[in-house]
Design a protein around this ligand. Structure first.
Ligand SMILES: Nc1nc2c(ncn2[C@@H]2O[C@H](COP(=O)(O)OP(=O)(O)OP(=O)(O)O)[C@@H](O)[C@H]2O)c(=O)[nH]1
Ligand SMILES: [Mg+2]
Length: 538
């Protein structure tokens, strides 16, 4: 029979429906059907397993750890990137997905959408955004939508409001205005949804707007979550994105007025709350495990004594492109999309003095995102905050570069407080990228506080590398010194093994000696002195 797919006959001749309470309406009709056929039904809630694949992930991480203890050849593996190629993770959870799609319209499949964007803004008073203009905000809203494949901007407008905190967001006058506008732009019924570019809308606001305009309504949180879901490929990123959804779902559930939601066909049951709680707990445990794993990797890097340079900045500023230009790592893929990078990854490179360093690529920042969303990525940004220096990459060609710079600086400050209370922010080198797109291209400005580069045209990189080197040597207590050593002696092999050899030349005063310039830290210096005390170094 057709219902055999989700029902089994028990020994007592009753049916066990393997279904989920969310489908209760469907089940009720099923019940009627079954009653008509005089069959007794016993409903059974089959407990979903929450975050599936957790055991797989444990095995995956154990295998990563095993790998690390084994033979390692490539530098990238050596410096310990997290399980980016871990395909075994499976976050599929039908019950949860159903809850998500009911509550926040997040679609697991990325259907094409023709979007009407509304950018609300406050003209006067304390709620006014002083950092970016409504046009800039609208441009960012457009970029967010364009970051999703098959999502097009049908039309976009700015709407001035007195406050963003009105219960229904828009007053009745504005609602009528918007209805007319929508009619004008939707004569062929091609618009599929509304995007209100505000960090979050309350459950009530969303339902009210959906009822009024007869279209699904998205806020920034929902759009960003869709982008993050799409771009999250590694185990860690997927867990973080999964975690990022939870506070939003809780907030929506808290918002929902039971009588109103029941009327509209949405009812948050205790079972749903239980699903959410279970998933949240499991995700937290998993992320905690990843955090510990990252700590291990960090300690390993520390033991290897590689200086670490964290590359941070606003999304799309060119962080990945800059690392690619500095390391020549061809496999890196910069993309013209917001939140293209969702993992903190390590990439090996060399400074002009030949010192081997690690560049950490990080998740981009963006303004007007709820803190819950950012907090989920905090663990990965921990690596950045504990680096030796930070490169703050800024898009020099962007109209809102100043607002973006301020936003990143403020976020770094707040990260400092939330991650490591006693930790000072590492020294920051400011990098103005994409100068090929500015009028000063060809005549780059010179400033000691800002390094002007083009990652794609590879201009300004030499000066930047020298500054990185200068700062790295200072903060890590390394020195660049020239030693006079026996030609072919054990000192030469020792120096090649334990230091970065910058230059080697013959000693004009003695054919038996070489002058070797190395970058060496204090510990290695002491060891060298102990082993080759008679060596003549200067
Ligand atoms: N013209 C020009 N384009 C650049 C330059 N640097 C990066 N881009 C482009 O800017 C876009 C974003 O570059 P990414 O390197 O992915 O930027 P990102 O900061 O890593 O972005 P997220 O990972 O999304 O935060 C890509 O299309 C790059 O090709 C540059 O110097 N000049
Ligand atoms: Mg990137």
């Amino acid at each position: 029979m057709w219902f055999r797919n989700f029902a089994t006959v028990t020994k007592r001749g009753t049916f066990l429906l393997r279904t989920f309470p969310l489908r209760f309406n469907v089940e009720k009709s099923l019940l009627r059907d079954f009653r008509d056929h005089d069959v007794s039904i016993r409903l059974k809630y089959v407990q979903h397993k929450g975050v599936k694949g957790i055991r797989n992930r444990k095995a995956a991480y154990e295998s990563i750890s095993r790998d690390e203890n084994g033979e390692q050849t490539a530098m990238t593996k050596d410096i310990g990137n997290d399980g980016n190629h871990d395909e075994s993770v499976n976050l599929d959870d039908r019950a949860y997905e159903e809850l998500v799609s009911n509550v926040i319209n997040i679609s697991p499949t990325f259907l094409s959408q023709n979007v009407f964007i509304i950018q609300p803004y406050v003209k006067w008073g304390s709620e006014r955004n002083t950092l970016s203009t409504p046009d800039d905000q609208l441009e960012e809203a457009n970029a967010l939508i364009s970051s999703l494949p098959n999502w097009n901007v049908g039309h976009s407008i700015k709407i001035p409001l007195e406050t963003l905190n009105r219960k229904e967001l828009f007053g009745s006058g504005k609602i009528e205005e918007l209805k007319k506008l929508l009619q004008e732009h939707n004569t062929k019924q091609t618009l599929t949804c509304l995007f209100i570019s505000k960090s979050t809308l309350s459950f009530a606001q969303k339902r009210f707007l959906e009822d009024t305009f007869k279209l699904p309504v998205f806020d920034r949180y929902m759009v960003v979550i869709q982008i993050l879901r799409l771009h999250a490929t590694s185990a860690e990123a997927r867990l973080q994105v999964a975690m990022a959804e939870i506070p939003y779902l809780w907030a929506q559930m808290k918002d929902a007025n039971p009588s109103q939601t029941r009327k509209q066909g949405y009812l948050f049951t205790d079972t749903q709350r239980h699903i959410l709680k279970t998933r949240e707990r499991k995700l937290k445990q998993e992320l905690e495990r990843i955090r510990d794993h990252r700590k291990l990797l960090r300690n390993k890097r520390k033991q290897k004594n590689y200086p670490v340079i964290a590359v941070v900045g606003y999304t799309n500023a060119g962080k990945t492109s800059l690392i690619k230009a500095l390391t020549h790592e061809q496999s890196m893929q910069p993309r013209n999309q917001l939140f293209a990078t969702l993992d903190v990854t390590a990439h090996g490179g060399f400074l002009p003095c030949n010192l081997e360093v690690i560049y950490m690529d990080t998740v981009g920042f963006m303004s007007d995102l709820p803190t819950g969303l950012i907090e989920c990525f905090v663990a990965t940004l921990e690596d950045a905050m504990l680096a030796d220096i930070i490169l703050h990459v800024q898009d020099e060609s962007h109209r809102c570069k100043e607002a973006q710079r301020q936003h990143v600086e403020a976020t770094l400050q707040s990260l400092k407080n939330s991650i490591a209370v006693n930790q000072e922010i590492p020294p920051i080198i400011n990098v103005a990228n994409k100068i090929d797109l500015t009028s000063s291209h060809g005549h780059p400005k010179l400033s000691k506080d800002m390094f002007y580069v083009s990652a794609t045209e590879r201009t300004g990189l030499k000066e930047l590398s020298l500054e990185i080197e200068r700062q790295i040597l200072t903060v890590t207590g390394r020195r660049k010194i020239t030693m006079r050593v026996q030609n072919g002696g054990p000192e030469v092999a020792w120096l090649y093994k334990n230091t970065a050899v910058t230059n080697v030349k013959a000693d004009n005063s003695s054919a038996e000696h070489l002058l070797i310039t190395v970058v060496i830290d204090e510990l290695a210096m002491q060891q060298f002195k102990r082993e080759f005390i008679s060596a003549n170094y200067s």
